[in-house]
Design a protein around this ligand. Sequence first.
Ligand code: UN1
Length: 507
Amino acid sequence: MSKSVDVKQETAAILDRLGVPRAVWTGGRMASFSPVSGEEIANLKAVTAAEAGAAIEAAHEAFKEWRLVPAPKRGELVRLLGEELRAAKADLGRLVSIEAGKITSEGQGEVQEMIDICDFAVGLSRQLYGLTIATERPGHRMMETWHPLGVVGIISAFNFPVAVWSWNAALALVCGNAIVWKPSEKTPLTALASQAILEKAIARFGATPKNLSTVLIGDRAAGEALVDHPKVALVSATGSTRMGKEVGPRVAKRFARSILELGGNNAGIVCPSADLDMALRAIAFGAMGTAGQRCTTLRRLFVHDSVYDQLVPRLKKAYTSVSVGNPLETSALVGPLIDKAAFDGMQKALGAAKAEGGAVTGGERVAEAGKETAYYVKPAIVEMPKQSGPVLEETFAPILYVMKYSDFDKALEDHNAVAAGLSSSIFTLNVQEAERFLAVDGSDCGIANVNIGTSGAEIGGAFGGEKETGGGRESGSDAWKAYMRRATNTVNYSKALPLAQGVSFDI
Ligand code: UN1
C-alpha cells in the first residue's frame, strides 16, 4: 500500500529546503496548481510590466560587468551551479513531478539534463573560439572573435519547466550574458527553486554582478516585456507554434535575435526489417512517456504492411496495460495531463479522428479518488485509414496515430507532409532505408534518428527543428554561437595599405 502524499505540504517543505522564501509564493494572486492532485499549491505575486522593464535594465547593468569576466572564470560559476544541482537533484526532481506531473524517473532525469548541460558549458567556457582566416593582403591577419551578446530572455514551457531554462542559462552565462527568465504560468515554483539553486552557486562564486539572473513570475505582460524591450538581445522561446508566431516577428521587428523551439508533430517509420521488440519499446516511451507532453513526443507512426499485424496488436496491448496514476505515490509510467484544457484538447482530437475513420483504443479518463480536478487519461492509440484531420496537427496529449504503408517513398512523403519539423525516427536494419531517411531528401526534421525514438535527446547535440518548429537550435554542438556576437577583425601589421579586391584609391 502506498502512503498518501500531502502535495501542498511537501511542496512547502521542498521550497523551504531549497531556500525559496515563503513571501515569494504565498499571499499573491497568481494561483498555481499541481496536476497530480489538481489542488492549489501556491499563490504568487505577478510582476507588472514596469517591474519587468526595471528587471531587464538591471540585468543589462549586470551584463556590462559579467562580459568582462574571462570566459573560463564564468565557467566556474556554471561548474558550481552543476554542483548545487547535484546536491538538490532529489528535491528539484520531486518538485518537477509535483508541478508538471512527471513520473519520478523523468522528474529526476530532467534535473540530470540540467547537470549535463552545466558540465558541457564548463568545457565550452574554454572553447569559445573563432577562426583565423587567410587574407589576400600581405602583412595582414584576419580573425574572428566571439563576444558576449547582452541580456538573454528565456521563455519556457510547462513540460520541461527547468531543463530548457538550464540549456539556455548555462550557455548564456558562460558566453558572458545576463539572463532573465519568464517561466510558464503553470510551473512557477520549479523556476523559483532553480533560481534559488543558482543563487547558491552565485554566493559561492563571490564576485558576481547583482541581477545576473532574474525570474519574472507573471503572465503575458512579463513575456511581452522580454519580447519588446530594446535591451534584450536574444529571446529564446520554447512553447507552441502559436506563441512563436507572435514572438518571432516582434523580436525581428527590433532586429534582435530569437531562438524558437516550437511545436512538433513527430513521426516514426517502421520498416519490414525492423527489430520489432526494440521498436515496440522505443515507440511506447516516445508516445506515452511524459503523458505525451514532450515537444519530441512520437505522434504519428507509419508501419509497413508486412509487419503491421505483428507490431500493432502488441502496441495496443501495451496501451491497454500501461499503468496510469499518481507519480508521487505510485510507480505508474504515465502521470497526469497538465490541466483540463489538455484533457479537452485530447478528447476533441480523438473525436475528430473518429470522424475521419480512426479506430481508437484508450483515451478515456482515469478517475483518481478525491482528485476531481486532476486529469489522468489512458494514452490513446488510433489506427487511421490515412493521414488526415487531427493527424496533421500537434495535440499536446498522449495520442499516437498509426498508419499502414506499402511504399517507402510515399511513407517518407507523408512523414514530411506536416507543418512542424522537430524530431523523427526510422526503425530498420536495412542500410539503404536508414541512410535514405537521413539523406537530403529524407526526413526534413532537425532531429532524425535510426532505431531509437523521437524523444529523449542528449544535451550534446544541437536541439531544435525546422518549419513551424521555428528553426532555433539550443543545447549542444555549436548552439552557443547564437548567444554571442561575432566580430571579424583584420589587423594590418605592414607599412602599406593595400586595398582588397585590387581597388586603388590614392589621395
Ligand atoms: C521539450 O519537450 O521541450 O529530447 C524538450 C527530449 C528532451 C527535451 C524535450 N531532452 O525529449
